[in-house]
Design a protein around this ligand. Structure first.
Ligand code: MG
Length: 310
């Protein structure tokens, strides 16, 4: 059993005092302390969140909930965390059967190639079509499968794709935009365009890569914003439009990588590992260092590491 709730500053102080002899040697990140009392583990976080774990967690939790009421008058519902989680789970389950606009991006972990972001609109009437193509578990699909199904998706599903080329990416970086800001700007762009085409959606879903508050901070300068967003982690497994967006983005990315391989006359690799360092060094030898400006994300560590192979 795990119970989580937030306590006031005065109660935090009381808890620190109460558990001072029962503290565990190690304190988890962002925690004030972690203690063991009988078979309950108590963790108090700097934020005021407290977590009780163990078969009799409710006993300790109830004791502190009552104490909170006495000290600050604040009523704590010890089942709140559980209820929130149940609500979230239910929301995730029901999402698959709604008209949704969803977005996802590809290329953010790859030294070479662009960042591709897509927003797709999948109405209820197209969900089984999408499922029949095998889109549901888009993260688990091989490149081969993506290449075979994405052309059908591109033809049949309403979507909007934006490709951020490396030159522009490198410009953004120079302006001080970090990866999450760039992603937020691009997601907002494609969502806005897709939303304009469809008024009958139930939900707009983004595969979460940053806290919602931070997302909106990143796009605060945008003229046109989409604000009615449901952020979900692993959204591609619970939302058909996100799964489609993910497939199309990957397809476009793979095609762009093929084009790049053709123009460079060598197979360009995905990712950002050691093989990529070596390949980048080869490219610098043949085409000069300035070539990287237009084909790679220069702020990645690969730009430094390729020097070892020159
Ligand atoms: Mg994603």
């Amino acid at each position: 059993m795990t119970i989580v709730f937030k306590v006031s500053e005065p109660l935090k102080g009381k808890m620190v005092e109460f558990y001072k002899d029962k503290r565990r040697e190690k304190t988890p990140p962002y925690a004030v302390f972690q203690a063991t009392d009988a078979d309950t583990i108590i963790t108090l976080y700097e934020s005021g969140k407290v977590m009780f774990q163990g078969i009799s967690a409710d006993i300790d939790a109830n004791m502190w909930a009552e104490m909170e009421k006495k000290i600050s008058g604040k009523k704590i519902n010890i089942n709140e965390g559980k209820e929130k989680k149940e609500k979230k789970d239910k929301e995730r389950k029901s999402l698959y059967r709604l008209n949704t606009i969803g977005s996802d991006e590809v290329g953010v972990g790859d030294y070479f190639g662009p960042i591709v972001v897509t927003a797709a609109y999948v109405p209820k009437s197209q969900i089984s079509f999408v499922e029949d193509l095998g889109v549901r578990d888009s993260k688990a699909l091989t490149d081969e499968k993506i290449l075979s199904i994405a052309p059908t998706l591109i033809k049949e599903i309403s979507h909007c794709t934006y490709i951020l080329n490396n030159e522009d990416y490198n410009k953004y970086q120079k302006m001080g935009y970090n990866m999450n800001k760039i992603k937020a700007i691009l997601h907002n762009k494609v969502l806005f365009l897709e939303k304009k085409k469809h008024q009958d959606y139930d939900k707009i879903v983004v595969d979460q890569f940053v806290y919602p508050a931070k997302y909106f901070e990143h796009i605060k300068e945008a003229q046109e914003k989409v604000e009615d967003i449901t952020f979900l982690t692993k959204a591609e497994s619970v939302c058909a439009s996100v799964a489609v967006a993910s497939c199309i983005s990957r397809y476009v990315f793979l095609k762009k990588m093929d084009e790049l391989s053709d123009t460079l006359h060598l197979p360009v690799l995905k990712g950002a590992g050691v093989d990529v360092d070596k390949l980048a060094a080869d490219i610098v030898k043949t085409y000069g260092r300035e070539k990287l400006q237009t084909i790679a994300k220069l702020n990645f560590r690969n730009t430094e590491k390729l020097n070892e192979y020159l």
